[in-house]
Design a protein around this ligand. Structure first.
Ligand SMILES: CC(=O)SCCNC(=O)CCNC(=O)[C@H](O)C(C)(C)COP(=O)(O)OP(=O)(O)OC[C@H]1O[C@@H](n2cnc3c(N)ncnc32)[C@H](O)[C@@H]1OP(=O)(O)O
Ligand SMILES: CC(C)C(=O)C(=O)O
Length: 550
């Protein structure tokens, strides 16, 4: 770095909390969720959403189960105003959903906001003013008292306009905006003054939102101040403490989780973390983090791809391929040891018949968010035998024995290395066919066997050997043994079968037998494979496949 950090930046002044309790807390129920996609998310977009896009996102948020949705800053723009009117006039707000609007503490803006809310059965009016030391000094040019007065002027007007309303209930929310840049004692002073002015009390709870407008410290420091605030503020029982983390340091999710452990009742955030600068906290990640701890999050993310698609189309911003839970690649393993463990995990699940999710490297069952297993294992030069075998089994029902998995994985890896790219499942099957099924010098055309005594058989086979049709005969303990005998006796092909596996592929009249052999000959052990409706034919063809590969 060219700049000396110590002379340009100061460490964040953390409060001293030596008897903190939050580290021992366990989140066993979800917080109240409030989506701010249509306001904080929207205000950060290159092209803010029009009513059509907002409506699409609104329906998605309602469908997911959000009960509080901040729908805009109606005094800021006609688009926001019109959207809110559209929601109310069009009867688009379900009875169990409350809309929330944001306003600065300015008379004209507050009046306009109430105008926008006419006819709403219930709404949260969210008033904010920045309380940070730097904003008081640089932006507003007033002292602490000036800041309190600005807030109280706004609260008074909200109270009057709420009381004068004939429509429905107004819930009041106050944000000492830039809370993370505000001295904690001053945050308490202004919130207590606001709560008193509003008349917060039993039956008249007020939401106090403590935003990390800019994330300035580690999540534990945020948690400390949230716990301290909740323990210190007067009339805590009449307050709903809400947090609104941003993600400037990349720890917005952790900050929200620790804040909930520290006593926050409510979290404001957006889908996939859209929002100012580095974004708001991602509510999808928060909810699914809870889900994977066995806590029902109260938000439905069972079709995460559709939610992601709507969010992407409405915001015009892509969700990263590695985004927690939602990214295109997060349920995909390329590397060999991961593939091996995942494959074994899936197999163990099938046999154990146990509900509890225990598949290595996958913190969540992809099916729970509407993703399929299909993409879980993908093959490139980092992949191993387990992955290659998984793809062949998944798509073609072929269960390669272990030694053969290694042999074929080396073939695949050579191609992947040479090509320097991912290989599709179709390509892998084509390589498999090319490696084991390509007709060679030896082809079995027909055969017949007859028992010749206890545990003995003789076999007659018609084969093509180097382009000539030959009839060969042999005897042994079974057809394969007899075939190997015939190959040595009549064609001079001296081999031994070291390993043999068979299984059926498919069911009913479509069923086929798949056979795999390891054959030892002049050039060491080589594998062969074949499928056929007849098990014996598949076995003989598998031996021929190995001979041809020698
Ligand atoms: C952290 C957050 O996300 S807060 C939400 C931020 N969102 C937005 O700002 C989006 C919508 N805002 C807007 O469209 C505009 O800013 C408007 C319509 C609200 C106001 O527009 P304008 O008055 O034309 O301009 P502008 O925003 O620059 O006004 C700044 C003035 O408001 C004052 N102000 C800023 N915030 C507040 C507040 N919360 N309460 C009272 N006054 C405030 C400033 O001190 C400044 O005063 P000054 O003119 O005396 O210096
Ligand atoms: C208005 C407030 C809550 C806000 O958006 C923020 O602080 O980021």
């Amino acid at each position: 770095m060219k700049t000396d950090a110590a002379s340009k930046y100061r460490p964040y002044p953390a409060i001293k909390l030596t008897d903190r309790r939050w580290p021992d807390a366990v989140i066993d129920h979800p917080p109240m969720w409030c989506s701010v996609d249509l306001r904080d998310g929207n205000q950060a977009l290159i092209d803010p959403m029009d009513t059509e896009r907002k409506m699409r996102l609104w329906h998605t948020l309602v469908g997911m189960g959000f009960k509080e949705i901040e729908v805009g800053f109606p005094a800021a723009s006609q688009t926001d105003y019109d959207f809110i009117r559209h929601l109310i006039d069009g009867n688009h707000i379900p009875d169990d959903v409350t809309i929330q609007i944001l306003t600065q503490s300015r008379e004209d803006l507050i009046r306009k906001s109430f105008e926008a809310l006419e006819g709403a059965k219930k709404a949260v009016v969210h008033l904010y003013n920045s309380t940070s030391e730097v904003q008081r000094r640089v932006v507003f040019g007033f002292d602490r008292q000036g800041c309190v007065d600005l807030a109280l002027g706004g609260v008074r007007l909200v109270r009057e306009l709420s009381a004068a309303r004939r429509d429905g209930e107004i819930v009041f929310q106050y944000s000492p905006e830039s809370f993370t840049g505000t001295e904690p004692d001053f945050a308490i002073e202004i919130v207590e003054a606001v709560a008193q002015e509003w008349g917060a009390g039993p039956g008249r709870k007020m939401i106090v939102n403590l935003p990390a407008t800019v994330e300035m410290s580690t999540p534990n420091v945020y948690a400390d101040v949230i716990e301290w605030f909740g323990r210190t503020v007067k009339g805590r029982e009449n307050l709903i403490i809400s947090v609104h983390p941003h993600n400037d340091r990349g720890t917005g999710v952790a900050a929200a989780e620790l804040a909930v452990m520290a006593g926050a009742d409510r979290v404001e955030g957006t889908l996939f973390g859209n929002g100012e600068r580095t974004g708001n906290v991602d509510v999808c990640t928060l909810a699914l983090n809870l889900f994977t701890q066995g806590v029902n999050p109260g938000l439905d993310l069972s079709d995460i791809d559709t939610i992601r698609q709507v969010a992407e189309e409405c915001t015009g911003l892509p969700v990263h391929q590695r985004h927690p839970y939602a990214g295109e690649l997060v349920y995909t393993a390329f590397s060999g040891s991961h593939q091996d463990a995942i494959k074994k995990g899936f197999t163990a699940r099938k046999t154990a018949n146990d509900e509890v999710w225990e598949v290595p490297y996958l913190p969540i069952d992809p099916a729970d968010v509407g993703r399929t297993y299909e993409a879980v294992i993908r093959i490139n030069s980092q992949s191993g035998k387990g992955g290659v075998a998984y793809v062949l089994e998944r798509d073609h029902g072929l269960e390669l024995p272990k030694a053969m998995q290694s042999e074929f994985a080396r073939v695949v890896q050579q191609v992947a290395d040479r090509e320097g790219r991912e290989l599709s499942a179709e390509e892998i099957y084509v390589f498999f066919e090319r490696t084991y099924y390509t007709p060679g010098a030896l082809q079995v055309m027909d055969y017949s066997t007859i028992p010749t005594g206890k545990g003995a058989r003789s076999l007659t086979a018609t084969v093509s050997w180097n382009g000539q049709t030959r009839t060969i005969t042999g005897s042994g303990t079974g057809p394969v043994d007899a075939f190997v005998h015939a190959l040595g006796k009549d064609l001079g092909i001296k081999v031994k079968v070291r390993d043999y596996h068979e299984h059926s592929v498919g069911q009913g009249s479509e069923a086929q037998a798949a056979c795999y052999v390891a054959v030892d000959g002049k050039y060491g052990v080589v594998h062969g494979a074949a499928t056929d409706v007849s098990v014996t034919m598949a076995a003989l063809a598998a031996v021929a496949s190995a001979v041809n590969r020698m």
